[in-house]
Design a protein around this ligand. Structure first.
Ligand code: ASC
Length: 150
C-alpha cells in the first residue's frame, strides 16, 4: 500500500529547497502542481531562448526578468514528486522513484544552471547569456531524456 507523504516532508527528506511550503491534499494535486510549475518555467525560459536564438530582439531587462523568474520557478516542481505521485496524468517515468538520488541530482543541476542563467542575464551581455542558456537547456534535456516519457 502506497502512502501519501506531504510535499514539505518529502522536500526536506530530499534536501531540495522549498521557498515556501507547498502542501497537497491528494497525489493528483501534487501532479497538477509540478506540471503547472514546469509550464510556467517553460514560458519564461522560452522567452529567454527566443532572444538568444534571435527570434525576438535582445532586451537586457526583459532577459533578466525572465531568467530570474525561471530560476525562482525552478525551485518549485520537485516538491510535487513525492511517494504516491507516480501514477496519474503524468509523463513522469517510474525510474524517478527508483532512482530518486539521481533524479534529485539532475534537479539540483538544473536549479544551479538556471541560477547561473539569472546571473548571466543580469550581466547584460548577450553572448554570456547565450552560453548560460545552452547550459541550462542541456540540464533540462538531461532530465527529460532519462525521466520523461515522450
Ligand atoms: C525549453 C523547454 C525545455 C527545455 C529543453 C531543452 O525551452 O521548455 O523543456 O528548453 O527543451 O532541451
Amino acid at each position: 500500500m502506497k502512502q501519501y507523504v506531504p510535499a514539505i516532508s518529502v522536500a526536506f527528506a530530499l534536501g531540495i529547497s522549498l521557498p515556501a511550503a507547498a502542501q497537497f491534499q491528494k497525489p493528483e494535486d501534487a501532479i497538477k502542481y509540478r506540471k503547472a510549475a514546469f509550464t510556467v518555467m517553460n514560458a519564461h525560459f522560452g522567452r529567454v531562448g527566443a532572444m538568444v536564438n534571435n527570434r525576438i530582439p535582445y532586451d537586457a531587462k526583459v532577459a533578466a526578468e525572465n531568467a530570474e523568474i525561471t530560476a525562482e520557478i525552478a525551485k518549485l516542481p520537485f516538491a510535487g514528486f513525492g511517494p504516491g505521485t507516480e501514477k496519474g496524468d503524468t509523463r513522469a517515468k517510474p525510474e524517478i522513484w527508483t532512482e530518486m538520488d539521481k533524479f534529485r541530482a539532475a534537479a539540483s543541476k538544473m536549479q544551479e544552471e538556471t541560477a547561473k542563467l539569472a546571473t548571466a542575464a543580469k550581466a547584460g551581455n548577450p553572448e554570456t547569456l547565450k552560453a548560460a542558456f545552452g547550459d541550462a537547456a542541456k540540464s533540462c534535456k538531461a532530465c527529460h531524456d532519462s525521466y520523461r516519457k515522450e
